[in-house]
Design a protein around this ligand. Structure first.
Ligand code: PLP
Length: 432
């Protein structure tokens, strides 16, 4: 399978090049040149397959020409080491809990797949890879933990000072070893901009092998389609149409859901749920696509004003904007809406949502308000509520039990380097 750039369909590269480069030289996003459809008998037997068995089939359909059967097994087994249970919240409303991995957010799936795939693709090379990551919180922890002590790979994480939760920060700044962190005096988009600039810097790229593990990298992005198949396989049999609501920031997660749908998974409608960083819901409502600087909210991992996967979504629909707007509905919510949603669900269903999942829940609820009986809905719970303990405890007036693996991070010592919001400073750091 080759991959093309969303900025130039003629530009094609191999799996290895797409993964190691991360971003195409023309700044486009890599996309699979063809999207395989899975046979009907795969869908028929889905309820009887384990998560791993689903993973082997889907990854084989995508990467079967590039990787051996053993490599695919190794990759899937390394990624899917934890479950993603589907939990009923209300009549016709389920949540897919994606937070049972090592850092308690859905990004563990992509990060674990990405680190394993990079090490498979770099086998036999003596060069060292440097992974640059901009994070608004959870990417940093998932990537740091996914790559921790992986031989031959060094990870450098940029994050906005004071704009990630203490627990998120501890999850990537306390590891050390091959993981370095830079605390940038700016917002997430500034971090992302510096990383993108580094990838395009010829001089820098002659000196070192740089790669990205942001959700723009296909090795992070593609494996996220697996849990959509799994969610569908665990949904009780129904004649209703399926709607899936995805709390979104950079829109990699939603894009992976659309990829699953394009591979044949019968999802009727996607709901793009955001906080007040609402450029995609604005677009879906019929306006031209514009970007904005990001606003800070209590669902901070979705504080993105320039979502990097937007053109990937469009490409998945063959750049057909009408089809895009028909398949994907957008809703946005402010912090007060989010707080009210968390309270209502705790009160009515005794379920504790984190602020991101709450935005997903609200999007689904608003969508179903239009035609509740026609649809069964799933919203993705992207993080464990304990990751956003301060907000959750204050809103719900309760004390949260932190899972042990999360509590352990808090004991670690933060090691980070302060960085000015200035590309030249960043470059100097990389060259030292
Ligand atoms: C990263 C993240 C999101 C947004 O995911 P995208 O793929 O960037 O849209 C949502 N919720 C949580 C908890 C996250 O960490």
């Amino acid at each position: 399978m080759n991959f093309y750039s969303t900025n130039n369909p003629e530009h094609r590269v191999s799996l290895k090049e797409a993964v190691i480069k991360g971003l195409a030289p023309d700044q486009g996003l890599y996309m699979p040149e063809k999207i395989p459809t899975l046979p009907q008998d795969f869908f028929d037997k889905l309820p009887d397959l384990s998560f791993q068995e689903i993973g082997y089939e889907v990854i084989t359909a995508l990467f079967g020409e590039d990787l051996s059967v053993e490599q695919i097994k190794e990759l899937v087994d390394h990624t899917l080491t934890f479950d993603a249970p589907l939990v009923k919240i209300e009549e016709g409303v389920y949540t897919l809990e994606l937070f049972h991995g090592p850092t308690l957010a859905f990004k563990d799936f992509g990060a674990r797949f990405c680190s394993k795939l990079m090490s498979i693709l770099m086998e036999g090379e003596d060069r060292q890879v440097r992974v640059l990551v901009a994070t608004s919180g959870d990417t940093g922890s998932a990537v740091a933990n996914g790559f921790y002590k992986v031989p031959g790979v060094e990870v450098i994480i940029l994050y906005p000072k004071g704009k990630v939760s203490e627990l998120q920060e501890k999850q990537f700044t306390t590891l050390g070893e091959n993981i370095s962190t830079l605390e940038v005096d700016g917002v997430f988009d500034d971090c992302q901009k510096m990383v993108k600039e580094a990838f395009l810097d010829k001089e820098l790229n002659e000196k070192m092998l740089l790669t990205s593990a942001n959700s723009i990298n296909i090795a992070r992005w593609i494996p996220q389609c697996l849990y959509y198949f799994y969610a569908y396989s665990r949904l009780p049999k129904t004649d209703k149409k399926l709607a899936i609501s995805v709390p979104s920031g950079n829109f990699g997660n939603l894009g992976a859901g659309i990829l699953a749908e394009r591979m044949g998974l019968p999802i009727d409608t996607f709901i793009a749920s955001t906080n007040v960083n609402r450029v995609v819901p604005n677009y879906l409502a019929g306006n031209p696509f514009t970007t904005e600087s990001s606003l800070q909210t209590i669902s901070n991992s979705m504080d993105v004003g320039n979502p990097s996967n937007f053109y990937r979504l469009l490409a998945l629909f063959g750049n057909d904007e009408a089809l895009f707007r028909q398949k994907v509905k957008g809703f946005y919510f402010d912090d007060q809406d989010t707080i009210n949603g968390m309270k209502n669900v705790k009160q009515n269903s005794n379920y504790i949502m984190d602020p991101h999942g709450a935005v997903g829940y609200l999007g689904l609820r608003n969508f179903r308000n239009i035609s509740p009986d026609e649809y069964v809905g799933i919203f993705l719970e992207t993080a464990h509520p304990g990751k956003f303990r301060n907000v959750v405890e204050e809103v719900l007036e309760l004390k949260l039990e932190l899972p042990e693996r999360l509590a352990k991070f808090l004991e670690g010592e933060k090691k980070t380097i302060a960085l000015k919001n200035d590309y030249q400073e960043f470059k100097k750091y990389l060259c030292n």
